[in-house]
Write a new protein. Structure first.
Length: 317
């Protein structure tokens, strides 16, 4: 979501885990005609429960960091060298990026409340990462004047993306009506898909080649991996089951490539991507983490205090 916990950039061979019509230009600010300002009741999303052990491996797998303040390495150093206005601009541009909005139900709801997709600055300032940079609407607005991807409403009380996020969200809503098809089989919800791949992972012994019956399932699932091409490499010779050396005792699917190299991948990360926008996606975290007991992951507590229950470790790499 806008500030969900993401993980470091993965190693090369491991899944250890990244003026419109009707608008006016005023200096460097792109503004939209005046729009009625409604009093918005700012409500933060309900706290979600997670199980830390079930996501411990996954949290350092697959996906690259998404929020600027969570980027590590050279990018973190670059950000640290930025002045506050630049960091504010980078953070808000991330909020309104499709990469974030497509998963952020809270922000989607606020975008949907406005005919043009504007979100009031007061709402954005309820996000801890932005609030930590500044609590002043004037400071935030000044920082966003030079943005190439955002539009400031004429009354200077709200922001939206230049791209039509409402249209993209409408298309995503249509996707919710679809049933996921993988390898010639259909999965009406994430629960069924999770059971199928979890059972497959347990069914095979380490090093044993996945059968021709199950292979199409994994081939289709792999297409949803954010780095599918990198994982495929020279081509898939066969799939098997193995262990990521960084997580002893855990199991994951392994791709044996045609050039005799191999790499692991997370079936859960693939399913998470496959079900974005589909049925039950809005409860994706609970579905994946099994409702583990732990402290919440609200906007101010990303990545802290996850429960230490006995979560499943298999396939979380």
């Amino acid at each position: 979501m806008s500030e969900s916990a993401k993980s470091p950039v993965p190693a090369a061979n491991s899944d250890e885990l990244k003026p419109e019509a009707g608008t006016t230009n005023t200096g460097s600010i792109t503004v939209s005609p005046a729009h009625p300002v409604s009093e918005t009741s700012i409500q933060k999303p309900a706290t979600e429960s997670v199980s830390a052990q079930s996501i411990a491996a996954e949290s350092s797998a697959d996906a690259a960091p998404t929020t600027p303040s969570e980027v590590k390495g050279p990018e973190a150093e670059e950000e640290a060298a930025m002045d506050v206005p630049s960091r504010i601009r980078k953070q808000v541009e991330y909020y309104f990026s499709w990469k974030n909005v497509r998963r952020d139900v809270f922000l989607q709801e606020h975008i949907g409340k406005d005919a043009e997709g504007f979100v009031e600055i007061a709402v954005l300032l309820s996000f801890p990462k932005l609030k930590a940079l500044s609590e002043s609407p004037q400071v935030v607005l000044a920082a966003l004047e030079s943005s190439n991807t955002l539009v400031i409403r004429e009354d200077a009380l709200a922001i939206r993306a230049k791209e039509d996020l409402k249209a993209q969200l409408a298309a995503l809503a249509e996707k919710a009506k679809e049933v996921l098809a993988l390898g010639g089989r259909q999965f009406p919800n994430i629960h069924e898909a999770k059971k199928t791949f979890g059972a497959m992972l347990h069914r095979y012994e380490a090093g044993k080649e996945i059968s021709e019956f199950d292979r199409p399932l994994l081939e289709d699932l792999l297409k949803y991996h954010q780095k599918a091409d990198e994982k495929t490499g020279s081509g898939i010779k066969y799939f098997t089951v193995g262990t990521n050396p960084n997580y002893p005792g855990s199991s994951c699917f392994i791709i044996k490539r045609t050039d005799d190299t191999e790499v692991d991948f997370s079936y859960l990360k693939c399913l998470e991507e496959a079900f974005v926008g589909r049925q039950q996606d809005r409860k994706r975290k609970q579905d994946f983490e099994g409702g583990g007991k732990g402290k919440g992951r609200g906007r101010s507590g990303r990545g802290r205090g996850r429960g230490r229950g006995q979560g499943a470790k298999r396939g979380r790499h």
